[in-house]
Design a binder for this molecule. Sequence first.
Ligand SMILES: [Zn+2]
Length: 185
Amino acid sequence: MALSFNVRSVVRRLVLSDLRPTIRFYSDQQEGSNEEQKEIDPAKDRTKIIPVETSIKYMQSKAYQQTYGENTVWALYRRNHKGGFAPRKTRKSCVRNGMISTGNPCPICRDEYLVLDHRNTKLLEQFISEYTGQVLDAFKTGLCQKKHKELLVAIERAWDHGHITYDVPFREYDYSLYNKKSNSV
Ligand SMILES: [Zn+2]
């Protein structure tokens, strides 16, 4: 009996010694998250999901007119960077852990009411060149890589759904090659 009791106590000690660091880890994490919650600035919070319908209404609102006027969303945006020339690639993302992590977020990230979606055509058209019909480069618009990829997907989808029209080059076909009857007659 005494031996089995000793074995049990040893096992209990081992289990407790294994658990202690994990318990401490969890308690540390909870404390950390509480501190972070206190620090969140409502202007930088990006955890709220804004529906596309709201964004479409915003694009036609007076608030949008006051902010951007006749300019495109990205026209007056300037990237902060070291030295005289901007780096070729824009930053990977402006948002980390649901919060804006930079003092100079890109034109889409800085305004939470601009939602990239295939239905939000008024926004997507601002990123398509009026001369070539191609999507403008992130180097020109200043979008972060994450938002630029989202933009490409949204524009592709808008083309598929027919929300945005695009030019297809005109081709003249020699139909005699396809229609044998007209060729013989
Ligand atoms: Zn961004």
